[in-house]
Design a protein around this ligand. Structure first.
Ligand code: BYC
Ligand code: FE
Ligand code: FE
Length: 468
């Protein structure tokens, strides 16, 4: 079989000789990368996975048993919107671009490479988790997320190969050469170099970091570069499941924590072999603050340029009255003489922060659902998102220290309370000690409640993995 027959696509691959040639060279290296850096175990086993075959609702979620290295990573764009125009910035109302304009070539390539880099990075971060899955159901979800992040890499490589010539092909190779956490060749963004060595971190990552993905993709789906817009739109359909895995995963740990608290005479979920709510709060603080960094600086001339030139838009642009954003200002709290002072920033320079606002609101909805679980269990405890200035390493808050409720504090004060706010070595050791594989169909590890339902209408006790 020819390569292009094996790659599900709606980009007319068989007609595009140049793209086929580039992919033929890249694909064996991709598979080599997958086998080396993808899931540490289960590579030869049958996994109940969904594969996108077409972009139509009937075809984008085909469920079947697949061996992961044989997964059919495809290339999909949502159908074009006829006569689509750029909806914002300096070229508002102009037709969108089907090719890369010379003056935006470097910036676009950089955005696509940054996006592409996170996808394999997350697979690398998660590669050891298959050894300690809390259930067959969860292990299958991990693999679903992993193969789809692999497909998201394909999506960006398609753009590089198709629209960026030789340097695009070089970037595509380099996407397979960087490694999460590697001292010499790390991944581009910090969060994607943090180890994910336990399942609680995995659920936090898919809740908070994949959600950054959602918002970055929403911004890119507004791009004037139409192939990027259509590619990212289709990626968003898959992204929903990743966040579902995170939100329901943490929700199930929350539920189990409450059950174990109630079963213990000292209300101590830990001594019952669970993860206590205080530890959960610290993991939330850690992963949420790290993911906030991914939106870039609060005041950013890069973001202003991207908006002006139409490379990257606002989520829900149609809800704004002013699509040019040259006159407005945006309030941002900045540190001056040890205090937070509200300052007005030119609207375009605040685009990263405007996107971050949407992200914060989205997470608040998730937190409310977790707190509802706690309430239903009759436990008196509330999980909270820390203030967005807490524990940041990027942007205008990075050089300062804040408490989780957002008050400026000294470095000494922060260090004195670090262990109350962020996971300690002891917390991590406890969480890791619970990570023992449970793989009989339908059974769950003690520290996590079962899901409400199975995948694709299957029962929870369905055999989601079949070992050879
Ligand atoms: N780490 O103007 P600034 C996903 C750099 S997740 C390291 O503040 P700008 C996924 C920045 O490059 C979504 N460096 O921000 C999730 C700049 O460098 P230069 C991934 C950083 O430029 C889970 C400088 O700092 N997609 O899909 O607006 C699993 C000042 O930059 C960081 C994207 O990110 C950082 N956190 O950058 C799988 C979309 N933040 O110019 C997948 C593409 C900033 O001084 N990326 N810097 O050398 C972008 O649109 C933008 O580059 C950023 C913000 C959102 C990263
Ligand atoms: Fe992704
Ligand atoms: Fe994702």
């Amino acid at each position: 079989m020819q390569l292009f027959e094996k790659i599900p696509n709606n980009v007319n691959l068989s007609q595009n000789k140049q793209l086929v040639r580039a992919l033929e060279k890249w694909q064996p290296n991709y598979l080599k990368w997958w086998k080396e850096s993808g899931p540490d175990d289960f590579q030869d086993d049958w996994i109940y996975l969904r594969t996108a075959i077409t972009v139509e609702p009937s075809g984008w979620a085909q469920f079947d048993y697949v061996k992961m290295p044989d997964y059919r990573w495809g290339i999909f764009l949502t159908p074009p919107v006829p006569n689509r125009t750029i909806g914002y910035g300096d070229q508002s109302e102009q037709p969108v671009w089907q090719e890369v304009p010379g003056e935006h070539r470097n910036a676009l390539r950089r955005i696509i490479v940054t996006q592409g880099d996170t996808e394999p990075a997350s697979v690398e971060q998660q590669r050891m988790l298959s050894n300690t899955a809390p259930s067959m159901y969860d292990c299958r979800n991990l693999f679903q997320v992993n193969v789809e992040e692999g497909r998201h890499l394909w999506a960006m490589v398609y753009l590089l190969h198709c629209y960026f010539g030789r340097d695009g092909r070089e970037e595509a190779e380099e996407l397979l050469e960087r490694r999460s956490g590697d001292a010499d060749k790390p991944r581009i963004l910090n969060t994607f170099n943090e180890p994910i060595s336990d399942w609680l971190s995995f659920f936090m990552f898919t809740m908070f970091t994949d959600r950054d993905g959602k918002y970055q993709l929403l911004a890119l789906s507004r791009s004037a570069f139409d192939p990027l817009s259509r590619t990212t739109k289709f990626m968003l359909t898959e992204e929903a499941h990743h966040m579902f895995v995170g939100e329901t995963g943490v929700g199930r740990v929350v539920k189990r924590a409450c059950e174990l608290m109630k079963a213990d005479k000292n209300e101590d979920a830990r001594s019952q072999g669970g993860i206590d709510l205080v530890t959960l709060q610290k993991y939330i603080n850690y992963w949420y603050s790290s993911s906030l960094d991914l939106f870039g600086g609060e005041i950013s001339s890069n973001a202003a340029d991207y908006f002006a030139s139409g490379l990257k838009g606002r989520d829900r642009e149609e809800t704004y009255d002013d699509h040019i954003a040259l006159v407005g200002v945006y309030p941002i709290d900045v540190m001056e003489n040890g205090r937070l002072v509200r300052r007005e920033v030119p609207m375009r320079n605040a685009m990263n922060e405007i996107l971050r606002d949407e992200y914060v609101k989205d997470n608040e909805r998730g937190l409310a659902r977790w707190n509802k679980v706690i309430q239903e269990q009759g436990v008196d405890f509330e999980l909270k998102l820390p203030n967005r200035n807490f524990n940041r390493t990027m942007g205008i808050y990075a050089c300062f220290c804040f408490s989780p409720d957002g008050a400026p504090i000294t470095k000494e004060q922060f260090e004195a309370r670090r262990g109350e706010w962020l996971p300690t070595e002891g917390d991590r050791t406890h969480v890791r000690s619970l990570m023992l594989p449970v793989l009989e169909p339908g059974r769950m590890a003690n520290w996590i409640a079962p899901p409400l339902r199975g995948i694709n209408g299957q029962p929870i006790e369905f055999e989601y993995l079949r070992r050879v």
